[in-house]
Design a protein around this ligand. Structure first.
Ligand SMILES: *[C@@H]1O[C@H](CO)[C@@H](O)[C@H](O)[C@H]1NC(C)=O
Ligand SMILES: *[C@@H]1O[C@H](CO)[C@@H](O)[C@H](O)[C@H]1NC(C)=O
Ligand SMILES: *[C@@H]1O[C@H](CO)[C@@H](O)[C@H](O)[C@H]1NC(C)=O
Ligand SMILES: *[C@@H]1O[C@H](CO)[C@@H](O)[C@H](O)[C@H]1NC(C)=O
Length: 797
């Protein structure tokens, strides 16, 4: 008795995998099944669905059910019928079917199929009556009706309503309606769709398909974990798992799919669904009874409740360079409209349990990458240091790889590195692969793995279609599951909605541009590279080339670096550190002059958080300008510098040089000689009064430092290094480095960020040097270098 009980669930799994009905389930009454593919002449139907249903038919033909097939669509019958039959003729038999039998099966299949126009409620009613009459005419009992909605998601609710009102089977026969992603756009829209569908269909009637769950390796993850539980239990935890990776890399772009893709992006397209499902299968508690879908669902939902919220700092996003050209072409956008839809993303997750606490779980996917491959890897920690023989298997990575296909290994497989354990075979439909192809998989030659693969590779859709017929829902997405997943992703999607993706060229050229670094619960791009977009990379169209013409490394005939905001700041911070290190190694000190204002704040944060090796102890900080007010006032530049930077770094206080705006208890009085005092301090400490780096901004009126239009600075300041100046806005009095000091610097950085500055930059790109009108145009280091740091918002508006 016991053995039978234990075997039953396994049998149920295997038979379902073969697309056969599991015997003895109440849902499986024999009889006639009507299959309706709504969207029956569409791409998906052409490519996968009819083939899947044909396969289903061939396995069922010798017993079990009888079938009729309907391709439905909006076009009239006389127009679409020939199209449908072209598609149907195209189906193929499995390799082991004799030719004659195959021809017979195809012929039967064609005879059982017809096209129906399915547009109005009446069309659905007519189909319902047609099925009923046919059943009565042939005297067969009805098992059920299967509607496959291969149409855009916005049509689901309406079709479900028509099916419910006009085409529901009577008398105990089942109704199953298959839906394809996208199931909504975020949590709210998914809830709305669920409510709408719930008005017409019961939850058990809905089969939300995620074709990834039909892939043999994916659908057997739990089975693998179960039969290898003895080996896995001791190591499936934070003490042994280094990290979990779920990766889907593609080489293609999204040309031709832009109207869909631009609304969704990589996270909604594949991460919220495929990758998330795989993540839960890898991390959920293995159900005691694999055939109990209730238990499986419960365990899955538990993972969602234990996942730490995913915010912006747990994600990096990218977009391939030609994307916006494609968007403009397919959506008729002008060159000013810029899509920031990500085509690449990497997201870091953590599960708050004793078992997985601190284990990084990484999900990543992208278009236009170097190779097409999909896998999940569980990488284990290694505590062995190999002194002499690094090629020994004990010295190599310990990992389990679920390989879903493509890549160097052409078939799907489960691979366990030989330094872990020898896994049990997943089932009778699997074989141990011993003939080793000359390939490597994630750092190990295939021969270093125990490899098992399905004896016969099956198309995911065919697999799932078989399960729909047998009424098995384990490999489909339940409403709760769906909403839990949207609940996880929606906050991230909202927080990323204004973020600019890193632009990448695509393919091999990406180099290490998309490499990212995991640090605790955060993830960031590993390189501080800045992509400068050259017109020739911009996908060819003339409009796109024009809009980037200015970004050629020159602005007002000086050097320019341009990038999206964060990238730009990262680049500036890196440049600063490079200059600082060179100065320190040359003369033992780095003299940096910083201006006030809001632009440098992001730079300060970056320096504090990312540049731990910055030589602060050898750095002298000087002020470019100061407002004439006590330094403790919130509006004082020094006060801001202190708040944003000084209090976060270890810099000796005698290296900090605030401007002496308050002397003799008076603010900026000429006779008190504050400017002269600062000048002397500079001359005393800075070799040749020549700063290594002066960081400037520019105001909307063209002022820089505290040098304002109409100042007649050249005449008034003469040879002074520091001067008192007059601002048009309060507080009027300022102290500022003069153009002479600025232009004496080795390097000057002009940082301009934000859309607000776009008009200004456009003007500046045209005007001649006129420091009296545009003080910033007087910045020309005599023996140094000026670099403009402009973000795309400022540059392109
Ligand atoms: C025939 O089938 C192949 C795949 O098996 C598919 O790529 C092709 O589009 C199909 N042709 C038609 C006319 O449906
Ligand atoms: C496993 O679950 C299935 C489906 O719920 C059930 O029919 C079967 O009896 C269960 N098996 C055991 C051993 O509990
Ligand atoms: C784009 O413009 C072309 C020609 O003006 C037009 O045929 C096409 O339908 C438009 N596409 C969209 C998505 O608006
Ligand atoms: C100071 O500057 C001069 C000329 O630029 C240079 O020759 C000298 O080495 C510098 N001294 C130090 C200590 O950096």
């Amino acid at each position: 008795m016991w053995t039978v009980l234990k075997l039953l669930p396994l049998l149920a799994i295997y038979s379902a995998q073969r697309g056969e009905a599991a015997e003895g389930k109440e849902t499986q009454r024999a009889g006639h099944v009507s299959v309706v593919i709504v969207g029956g002449t569409g791409d998906l139907a052409k490519k996968y669905l009819w083939q899947g249903f044909f396969q289903l038919y061939t396995t069922q033909v010798d017993g079990g059910h009888t079938f009729s097939f309907y391709g439905g669509g909006l076009s009239p019958e006389e127009q679409a019928t020939p199209v449908l039959f072209e598609v149907l003729k195209n189906v193929s038999c499995s390799a082991d079917t004799p030719a004659l039998r195959c021809a017979l099966l195809k012929d039967q299949f064609l005879h059982l199929a017809q096209y129906r126009q399915l547009k109005t409620p009446e069309d659905y009613g007519a189909l319902g009556r047609h099925i009923q009459e046919r059943l009565q005419g042939e005297g067969v009992e009805e098992a059920g009706r299967l509607f496959y909605l291969s149409v855009p998601a916005f049509a689901y609710a309406d079709i479900a309503d028509k099916v419910n009102n006009g085409c529901r089977p009577a008398g105990g026969a089942w109704l199953r309606v298959v839906l394809e992603k996208p199931f909504g756009h975020d949590l709210r829209s998914a809830q709305t769709l669920a409510t709408q569908l719930g008005g017409s269909l019961k939850e058990e009637e809905m089969y939300r398909i995620d074709h990834y769950l039909g892939k043999q390796v994916v659908s057997n993850i739990l089975q693998f974990r179960k039969i290898n539980q003895k080996s896995l239990d001791p190591i499936w935890n934070k003490r042994h798992i280094e990290r979990v990776e779920i990766i889907l890399k593609e080489t293609l772009d999204v040309k031709g799919r832009i109207p869909f893709y631009d609304q969704y992006g990589v996270i909604r397209d594949v991460m919220q669904n495929h990758l998330t499902e795989i993540m839960t299968l890898l991390t959920m508690t293995v159900p005691k009874n694999l055939s109990n879908s209730q238990e499986a669902l419960r365990n899955k939902l538990q993972i969602f409740s234990l996942l730490q919220p995913v915010g912006m700092r747990r994600a990096v996003i990218g977009q391939y360079q030609a994307y916006n050209g494609e968007v403009r072409e397919e959506l008729n956008k002008t060159s000013e409209q810029f899509s920031i839809t990500p085509t690449f993303a990497a997201v870091l997750m953590h599960i708050d349990t004793a078992q997985y606490d601190g284990v990084p779980i990484l999900l990543s996917s992208g278009k236009m990458l170097d190779e097409r491959v999909a896998y999940a890897r569980v990488l284990f920690k290694s505590d062995i240091f190999c002194v002499q023989n690094p090629h020994n298997i004990h010295c190599k990575p310990k990992q389990i790889v679920f390989h879903f296909g493509h890549g160097s290994l052409q078939h799907s497989a489960v691979l366990v590195s030989k330094n872990l354990f020898k896994p049990a075979l997943i089932g009778s439909e699997w074989r141990e692969v011993t003939e080793h192809v000359d390939a490597t998989m994630l750092g190990l030659p295939i021969s270093d793995y125990y490899v098992q693969a399905p004896k016969v590779e099956r198309e995911a859709y065919a697999e799932l279609i078989g399960q729909i017929l047998s009424g098995r829902k384990d490999c489909f997405i339940s409403a709760e599951n769906l909403l839990a997943s949207w609940g996880l992703w929606t906050p991230l999607l909202h927080s990323l909605s204004g973020s600019f993706p890193r632009i990448y060229p695509g393919g091999e050229d990406n180099g290490n541009l998309l490499d990212f670094r995991l640090r605790g619960t955060e993830i960031s791009y590993a390189s501080d590279a800045v992509v400068i977009i050259h017109p020739e990379h911009m996908g060819g169209s003339a409009a796109s080339a024009e809009s980037f013409q200015v970004v050629q490394g020159k602005f007002r005939s000086d050097n320019m670096v341009s990038a999206w905001g964060q990238e730009l700041i990262a680049k500036l911070a890196t440049d600063l550190q490079t200059v600082a290190e060179a100065a320190v190694s040359e003369g033992g000190a780095f003299h940096l002059a910083l201006s006030g204002g809001s632009s440098p704040v992001a730079l300060f944060q970056r320096l504090v958080e990312h540049h731990f090796t910055f030589p602060w102890r050898k750095t002298h900080l000087w002020m470019v300008d100061e407002r004439c007010m006590p330094l403790r006032e919130p509006e004082s530049n020094f006060h801001n510098l202190h708040e944003q930077l000084l209090q976060h770094i270890k810099i000796p206080y005698y290296n900090i040089h605030p401007m002496p705006v308050l002397l003799n208890q008076r603010l900026c009085v000429e006779e008190d000689g504050g400017a002269l005092l600062y000048e002397k301090e500079i001359a005393h400490l800075v070799n040749g009064s020549r700063f290594h780096f002066v960081l400037l901004g520019v105001g909307l009126d063209g002022h820089t430092a505290s040098l304002f239009p109409g100042e007649k600075a050249h005449e008034r300041h003469g040879d002074s290094l520091v001067a008192l100046t007059e601002s048009p806005v309060k507080p009027h009095q300022r102290m500022s480095l003069t153009l002479k000091t600025i232009n004496n610097a080795q390097r000057v950085g002009l940082l301009v960020i934000g859309k607000m500055k776009h008009e200004l930059l456009t003007q500046l790109s045209r005007v001649k040097n006129n420091p009296d009108k545009w003080p910033v145009t007087g910045v020309h280091p005599a023996n140094g270098k000026l670099v403009w740091y402009l973000d795309y918002d400022a540059l392109l508006g």
